[in-house]
Design a protein around this ligand. Structure first.
Ligand code: NAD
Length: 517
């Protein structure tokens, strides 16, 4: 398995995307100004240094915020459908660069090339969605209780929207936020994960090209780079009325407190601990496909990855055997090679967390049914390739209650009815994605009812992993309560204003109060 740049056209992709050996970090389009330390981006695919990015200092950050604030003054006055036209052009540019960007996502993050392309397709889809939305930012009108008065509500842009994103969706999450924010009239400042800074540079270059070609201020799209310290600059910044943050629960708690402390708004998309309930009426073949894809897709590094299979005791052994058999067919290797199913995990720290989780589940009494382990030898030189593992466990084990961002699947047995399964499913801190596999209408409806799943995403006969951009995406409880992408998620990016207009020559006061002036 050769993980050679030349074999997969990575060098060409980097050059097409304008990613150099050393890249500016803080950037509003071509106006780059970075002075911070160098962040090195290593590929988990072959362990090689891809390029370096200059991090953002506080002084750089202030310059970016000045550019963004100034760009907002122009951008907010452009009619929304015209802003939609710019987003349409951005979507077209992404279509042109889809292969190059998909390759960079795969090489820098480690997901399969196919998933990298899928991620770019999600960016294109959200652009299409946002273009339509740019003509539908509707408010409501309502009847006034006063004669000769008209009342309505309208939505205005908020200003500078901050975006903090995680490594595992290094480009799509930014686009989910930014395409909506742009049509809403906001400008964006994005801090990608310090583990995938080059994806940020590439996206910023694409956006900057579009704004420049239209003679618009490049400060509509801004990029900053660095770790939690740079994220902290955003959390504290009163000039940023909305901060959308995607990542771990630990990060979300810190961001939420900082932003609430300055009475700003935060949109939080945090960790999940997603389960599939498998009832006696489940289609076993569909269950196995959904469970295996959900647990090992993106090497278990999706926020919606399947972590727990909650299986009825009457079919437990049958499902277990089928899933274990399917794991035996998985091919682990270079994600740019489409013959492989599972690529590397992001870095050696993630490998340590994976190993610690497998040790912990055994320590707590779990039974490993598919052995894990770190692969070594030819093709696995980066040290980031791990075997997807399965352990039988109990829902209340400490390790099961936590999200381990790696391909570890827990099998949990339930007895009783669907409500007993739901008690287990809901019995974790997180509330992102959930699924039930059943052909029984009563079970499916119970799962979706008010007493059913407490997650933001609840699927019937589909796994937990992935989501269409047309629906609002996000989760409850420790997942943070945020919603982005489709449906009416756009409203988060705007401020609502209620307007009352008096078209009479009289000014009746409320509560019958009279001022005889
Ligand atoms: P992470 O929390 O380590 O980092 C995410 C981002 O937050 C990075 O850009 C990081 O620099 C920044 N950050 C970290 N601490 C911060 C702080 N105190 N203040 C401001 N910024 C800070 O997460 P990760 O390892 O990159 O990503 C994996 C996690 O993200 C998983 O928990 C996964 O479930 C979650 N995730 C959730 C969603 C969702 O939509 N719910 C989507 C993708 C990933």
């Amino acid at each position: 398995m050769a993980a050679n740049l030349a074999d997969f056209g990575i060098k060409e992709a980097l050059s097409e995307l304008g990613v150099k050996d050393i890249n500016e970090g803080s950037s509003t389009g071509s106006n780059s100004f970075s002075n911070g330390e160098l962040i090195e981006s290593y590929s988990p695919v072959d362990g090689k240094l891809i390029a370096k990015v200059k991090a953002t200092t506080q002084a750089d950050y202030n310059k970016v915020m000045d550019a963004a604030t100034s760009a907002f003054k122009d951008w907010r006055t452009m009619p929304a459908p015209q802003r939609g036209e710019i987003v349409r052009q951005f979507g077209d540019k992404l279509r042109e660069k889809k292969e190059a960007l998909g390759k960079l996502v795969s090489y820098e993050m480690g997901k399969s090339y196919q998933e990298g392309l899928g991620e770019v397709q999600e960016m294109i889809d959200i652009c299409d969605f946002a273009v339509g939305l740019s003509r539908q930012l509707h408010g409501l009108t309502m009847h006034s209780e006063r004669p000769g008065h008209r009342m309505y509500e309208q939505y205005h842009p908020m200003g500078v929207v901050g975006i903090i994103s995680a490594f595992n969706f290094p480009v799509a999450v930014w686009a989910w936020n930014t395409a909506l924010a742009w049509v809403c009239g906001d400008v964006c400042v994005w801090k990608p994960s310090e583990k995938t800074p080059l994806c940020g540079i590439a996206c910023q270059n694409i956006a900057a090209e579009v704004f420049k070609a239209n003679g618009l201020p490049e400060g509509i799209s801004n990029l900053i780079n660095g770790d939690h310290k740079v994220g902290g600059m955003m959390s504290k910044d009163k000039r940023m009325p909305l901060l959308s943050a995607t990542g771990s629960i630990r990060m979300g708690k810190s961001v939420a407190q900082e932003v609430a402390g300055r009475l700003g708004k935060s949109l939080l998309e945090l960790g999940g601990n997603n389960a599939i309930i498998v009832t006696p009426d489940a289609d076993i073949k569909m269950t196995v496909i959904g469970a295996v894809f959900g647990a090992v897709g993106t090497a278990g590094q999706r926020c919606t990855s399947t972590r727990r299979l909650i299986i009825h005791e009457s079919i437990y052994d049958k499902v277990k055997d089928a899933v274990v058999k399917a794991y035996g067919q998985l091919r682990i290797g270079n994600p740019l090679d489409e013959n492989n199913h599972v690529g590397p995990i992001i870095d050696k720290d993630a490998v340590k967390m994976y190993q610690a989780a497998l040790d912990k589940v055994v320590e707590e009494g779990g039974n490993v049914v598919v052995e894990g382990g770190v692969l070594s030898g030819e093709g696995y030189e980066s040290g980031c390739y791990v075997k997807p593992a399965i352990a039988e466990a109990k829902n209340d084990y400490e390790i099961v209650q936590h999200e381990t961002f790696a391909p570890v699947l827990y099998l949990i047995k339930y007895s009783g009815d669907v409500h007993d399964a739901l008690a287990l499913q809901n019995g974790v801190g997180q509330g992102l994605s959930s699924a039930i596999m059943t052909n029984n209408l009563r079970e499916a409806e119970a799962f979706l009812s008010v007493e059913g799943s407490d997650c933001g995403i609840s699927n019937v006969n589909i796994g937990t992993s992935g989501a269409e951009i047309g629906g609002a995406f996000g989760g409850e409880k420790d997942t943070g309560g945020g919603r982005e992408s489709g449906s009416d998620a756009w409203k988060v990016y705007m401020r609502r204003q209620t307007n009352t207009i008096n078209y009479t020559d009289d000014l009746p006061l409320a509560q019958g109060i009279k001022f005889d002036l």
